[in-house]
Design a protein. Structure first.
Length: 131
């Protein structure tokens, strides 16, 4: 695991699957009932959109992921994060992520993503390849 914490945005946009990374601390929220929850606010991402044929902003279908109750022990949560292109609303990106919140540090492992991680082939090249 890399030691320098990175933002959740940097993790989702730039880290390939199967790599653990230390991410900036998750939030501990206290609710009116007195219960506490460890949560991560999901950022807007800048991703390639196949329909728009360029880099666009993608928004998550949920704004917050609840990782677990606030304790003195490590808690883990496996989550599917679904993002949609803000411009066309047709292109989606789904991440499968394991979040681990521990008293000393927070980390994340990208289990997979669809469409797959990596650069996208431009539409012009796809059309040339098809002909």
């Amino acid at each position: 695991m890399a030691n320098e914490p990175i933002s959740l945005t940097q993790f989702l946009e730039g880290v390939p699957p199967s790599i653990w990374r230390v991410v900036h601390k998750f939030l501990i929220r206290t609710y009116p009932t007195g219960s506490k929850s460890i949560e991560a606010d999901l950022p807007t991402l800048s991703l390639e959109c196949g329909a728009c044929d360029g880099e666009m902003n993608f928004d998550s279908s949920t704004r917050v992921v609840r990782i677990g109750g606030a304790t003195d022990k490590a808690v883990a949560s496996d989550e599917f994060l679904r993002y949609t292109c803000r411009h066309c609303r047709r292109s989606t990106k789904t991440f499968a992520v394991r979040f681990v919140a521990a008293p000393e540090e927070s980390s994340a492992l990208k289990l997979g993503e669809w469409p797959p991680f990596g650069p996208r082939m431009p539409r012009v090249l796809l059309e040339l390849q098809a002909s």
